[in-house]
Every structure is written in C-alpha cells, then in structure tokens.
Write a protein that binds this ligand. Structure first.
Ligand code: ADP
Ligand code: MG
Length: 612
C-alpha cells in the first residue's frame, strides 16, 4: 500500500489551531488587549461593531513593532516573550505561546498598523486567511492598532454558531471587565457601534471597580488585605447584604491574570457562611500575588483554570482573611434573609432626617418557624410588627402620610391580584394548609394547590399576554422614583425597555446611571419597585445568556417569580378562591413557568381506601 500520511499545509494547520484559541469574538478581544498590555501600553481603546462579528479593533500606545517583527508576529510560535522552557516558570507577561495573532489571522481579515519610537514611519499590514495581501509604509502614531474584521469568514460553521449580537457583546464586556479590573494603572476606552460605553481613567482598584460597576458599588465594598509568605491578598468583598441571587461580580486574579478557581471560590463562600442566604452569592474582587513558579497557568490557551502548588494553605488564608475583614468592618449579619420589599423604608421616608425609632420587637416572632427552611416572605402577617418598628417615626413626622403609604400598597396589591369577577360564583370552600397549599374540593376528590407555583403560573400568563399585546395597566407614581443602575444594568433595561413599557413601567429617560421611574405595573408595590427591577435584571442577565428562550418569556418568568405570593404568606379566603379560579383559567394550569407541578387531586377512591 502506498504511503498516505501528509503534512497539512500551514494555513490548514493554522485554521485548526485557531479553533482552540478563538472561540468567539470575546477571545479575540482578550488576546488583543493582553498583547497591548504586554507591549506596555498606558492607554488602550477597544472598538467593536455588532458584538464583534463585524469589527474588533484594539488601539494601544505601547512599544509598537519594527517592520520585521510586524510580519513575524503572525507566524505560529513567534513570540518575543519567552525564549526557553525555563522562562515558563517565571512569566511576567500575559502571552507567551506566540499563537494568538497567527490564529486570528487564519480566520479573519486583519489590518495592523504599528510603529516603534525608534522609527519615524510605521508598517501597515493586511492579512486575510493567513495570506499577506499588502504591506506598506505608513505614517501612524507610536503603538499598534489591530483591527479584525469578518471573523470566521472562511469557517461558515463557526460563524453560524455565534450567538446573538447581544450575547456576544456581553461576552466581550465580561472579557473587558476582567482585563480592565486588574489594570487600573492603564486607561481604557470601550466603544460599541460608535458610542463610548466605558471610559476608565487611571486610578486605584477601588475607583476602577466603581467606574465599571457604578457609583452605588462604592459603599458596598469592604477592603481585604493580608500578606503572608505564601500569598499576598488584596482587593474587596461586597457587604453581605448585597449578595445577589445571580453570580454577579465575582473576580479572582492571580498575578494580574483573571482566573477561575472553584476551590478558592469555596473559601470565600465559606467565610460568608451564616451571613448570607444559601442561594445568594457574595460579590468579590480579589487579587492574589504568589511566586510565579508556584502557579501553573499553562494548562490550556483559553482556559482560565490554574493550578497552585499549595492550594490548601491558600484556602485557609483566604477564608480567614475575609472573615477578618467582615468582622473588622463590623459587617453585621443580616437578619432579613429573604428581602421583603414591603419591609423597605417607604419611599417618602428615604430623604428625611434620621430619627431613631423606638423599637418594639415581638420577641416571640420567629419568621422561620412556619415551615422549615423555606424562608418565605411574610408579607401579610408581618405587617403589624413592621409598623411597630417605625413607631418613633410616626410621631415625629406626618403620621397620616405614613399610614396611607402602607394601606395603599397593601390594598392595591390585594386589589389587583384578587379582585374581579367570579369570586362569588365559586361555591366550593377553600382553606390554607401550612401557609403553603390551598385546599378545595372538586368533583373527583380533593384539590391541593401549591400557592406559590400556582400564582407564578397565573402571573406568568398574565405578563406574557401583556408583553405581547401591550395592554399592561400602569399606576402613575406621585413622586417619581430615582433608581441608580450601573452600565450593564442600564444596558439590560434598554434592551427590555419595550417589554417593560408594555407591562406598565414608565421611565422618563435611560441615558444616565440614574433613571427616573414615573409609572409601574399595578401589582408592583411602590416600596418594592427597586427590588423588583434589580431582581428582574439579574434574572434576565442570567437567563438570557444561554439565549434559548424569548425575551418576553424570560421577562414574564422573572416577573412572576418575583411577584408571586410565597410559601408562608397568609391568604384570606377571597384570595384563596381567586387563586383556584385564576389557575384553572390558565392555558397550562398544571405546571409552573419553571416546570414544577402546581396542583394535585387526591381522588375519592384514594380517600376511600384509607378507610378500608
Ligand atoms: P504572544 O503574545 O503569546 O507572544 P501573539 O501571537 O499574541 O503571541 O503575539 C506575537 C508577538 O507579536 C508578541 O510576542 C509581540 O512581540 C508582538 N505583538 C503582538 N501584539 C503587539 C502589540 N499590540 N504591540 C507590540 N507588539 C505586539
Ligand atoms: Mg498574545
């Protein structure tokens, strides 16, 4: 038999290797930004169009390249950063494999302009699918500008595999955050489709975090600092009361490189134990410095997992350091685990001077008594004790104003949830079991409804309808509410603005971090608007990133989840009846929007059997 093994031509080998390095536009962003940092840039501009599908450009003011280096930089295994295997154990640069540019050039149209300080003119190179199509001398500023167009133009399967522009943009933004957070000594600009979405001046870590995540972050941060022989830890954790339902801001950096480490993450979570609810996630920005030879970052070009020599020690140090910070900064445990919007200070009180309320607490009141671990919201029955908490306030300020706020939001909520036709028509009687189930009789036996899931189903269908037919009823706020969002949150609000308007939200402008809300859906209690929107945005970010369901469905789900009555809520008999009636008016009454069973019927036969 003839010999059959051939060496692959270079451009094919490059394309295959590119698959490893470049998975999506965000990978290109990461490689180009890291190269700019390695080149000593003090100012880096990132410019993208259409989620990076049309254009990704990085402009830096770093060292630039000579004509020869510019050409060489696109060769595989061409790097200026290491020269022997030994160097791998003492890396001071982000890159070292010499593969990124070769890979990117194999699968895109690349345009590079670069000049060093020593040269008066620079080099302009164009490469398409690994082929140099032109090389010219050019007048260009010191530094390098690389633009990458039409990513995956020659690999249609990969191109089709890209997610929506929004999703790709979100990945790029994540990558941008990771790089920008750890280099506060570099100025960054990020332009998307022509508008600047980040402008990050040089500053300290704390300022960088605040510039990226919004000014409300500033008073949430607690500094962390520890220096031992093994590791130097610095950075910030977020106060426990700002732990989120979604894994939002969690960042580890080791030797100035973003890393993922489930093990060290666990150390952080362990330090927060008892301070946050188990289904919430603490925010952190932690910078670790270890001896470069004690860390192996060489596992895979795009993986962010690392291996530390002495992980157990790191774990222990990290956990105790964070515990110490939490203690030192007097971050007290949060008692109100399941944050109930109705327990918030009513809006009209927010701006008033501090009056120390006379607190009378019902010592026997234990919110966890009702049902083991469910941590429901105790909306109805807790109202009384809550009013007592504000007793001092009531006398000093206009008493009526306060009580009207409470009554209004209560009655509105009840009104829109449960009033309507049909209550009297339903003759069967109902009762509530363990503040969790509503029980009623039907022809064939006994009906047991899970109140929370059933209400989620009812609200889900209601909101889904409103979003699509735009018929949500809005209640105008007497005093517009000012909410502050960070850039990503604002981007989400803009993205879902139309749907939010359809269900009754009214925003007066979405251009700044502070957004004025002038109207909300009827069923959102005024005091809970901020919380509902925050959760909505978090849910949306989490759910949308997998891109599998529609925006309307996503939103309807998030709203129903956040507004439905909970396990632990007491329902009066009218509400119980409405729940039964409305559930069976739904298109899919048997499942919650999260695919959980909403009700069951215990048949007469089953009951009879018990008496045999
Ligand atoms: P690596 O970063 O692993 O060395 P790359 O393919 O990313 O490999 O880059 C190859 C080489 O090109 C780098 O080692 C560096 O010398 C040069 N280079 C790339 N980008 C820049 C830049 N923005 N400024 C100066 N030199 C650069
Ligand atoms: Mg590189």
């Amino acid at each position: 038999m003839a010999d059959i093994i051939k060496l692959l031509p270079d451009h094919v080998a490059n394309q295959i290797a590119a698959g490893e390095v470049v998975q999506r536009p965000a990978s290109v962003v990461k490689e180009l930004m890291e190269n700019a940092i390695d080149a000593g840039a003090t100012c880096i501009k990132l410019i993208v169009k259409d989620g990076g599908k049309t254009l990704i450009q990085v402009v830096d003011d770093g060292s630039g390249m000579s004509e020869t280096d510019a050409r060489l930089s696109f060769e595989r295994h061409a790097t200026s950063k290491i020269s022997s295997a030994q160097d791998l154990f003492n890396l001071a640069t982000k890159g070292f494999r010499g593969e990124a540019l070769a890979s990117i050039a194999a699968i895109a149209h690349v345009d590079m302009q670069t000049r060093t300080a020593a040269n008066e003119v620079g080099t302009h190179l164009k490469i398409e699918g690994s082929k140099i199509v032109s090389q010219e001398v050019i007048a260009t500023p010191e530094g390098t500008s690389i633009s990458v167009k039409n990513l995956f133009f020659n690999i249609p399967a990969r191109r089709n595999f890209l997610k929506s522009t929004q999703v790709e943009l979100r990945h790029i933004t994540d990558e941008f955050h990771r790089v920008a957070l750890v280099h506060p000594n570099i100025e960054f600009h990020f332009y998307n489709n022509g508008s600047e979405i980040f402008n990050l001046p040089i500053g300290k870590h704390r300022q960088r975090i605040v510039h990226i995540f919004g000014s409300k972050m500033d008073n949430r941060l607690v500094p962390v600092s520890e220096e031992t022989e093994v590791v130097k830890v610095s950075g910030f954790i977020c106060k426990p009361e700002f732990a989120k339902k979604s894994r939002g801001e969690q960042f580890f950096f080791a030797n100035n490189r973003y890393i993922k480490s489930p093990y060290l993450h666990h150390a952080v979570v362990a330090a927060f134990e008892g301070l946050i609810k188990s289904d919430t996630h603490p925010g952190y920005f932690l910078f670790l410095e270890v001896d470069p030879s004690s860390i192996d970052i060489n596992i895979h070009p795009t993986k962010t997992e690392v291996k530390f020599d002495d992980e157990n020690t790191l774990y222990a140090i990290l956990r105790s350091t964070i515990k110490h910070s939490l203690g030192q900064f007097n971050v007290a445990p949060v008692l109100d685990f399941d944050h109930d919007p109705n327990l918030d200070t009513p809006y009209s009180y927010k701006e008033k001077g501090a009056v120390i309320p006379k607190v009378t607490v019902d010592a026997s009141f234990n919110p966890f008594q009702e049902k083991g671990g469910s941590g429901g919201s105790f909306r109805k029955q807790s109202t009384k004790g809550w009013e007592d908490l504000y007793e001092g306030l009531g006398h000093q300020n206009d008493h009526n104003e306060f009580s009207s706020v409470v009554i209004e939001s209560e009655s509105e909520e009840q009104g829109t949830l449960y009033s309507g036709e049909g209550v009297e028509e339903h003759l069967a009687s109902t009762f509530q079991l363990r503040r969790e189930y509503v029980v009623s009789t039907v022809k064939s036996g006994m009906l047991v409804i899970h109140q929370n899931r059933a209400h989620e189903r009812i609200l889900f269908e209601k909101f889904l309808g409103e979003i699509t037919v735009k018929e949500g009823v809005s209640q105008q706020l007497l005093f517009p509410l000012e909410l502050s969002f960070n850039k990503q949150e604002l981007a989400v609000v803009k993205e879902i603005h139309e749907s939010l308007t359809n269900i009754g939200f009214v925003f007066d402008s979405l251009e700044k971090e502070t957004v004025k809300v002038t109207g909300v859906p009827m069923m959102v209690p005024e005091s809970g608007i901020g919380t509902v929107l925050d959760r909505l945005i978090a849910d949306y970010m989490e759910g949308y990133s997998d891109g599998s369901i529609s925006q309307a469905e996503m939103l309807a789900k998030a709203l129903s989840r956040n507004l439905a009555v909970r396990t632990g809520d007491v329902l009066d008999s009218e509400s119980q009846l409405m729940l039964v009636n409305n559930l069976f008016a739904c298109k899919e009454p048997n499942l919650s929007p999260f695919q959980k069973i909403t009700y069951t019927i215990i048949s007469e036969g089953d009951i009879d059997k018990k008496f045999n």
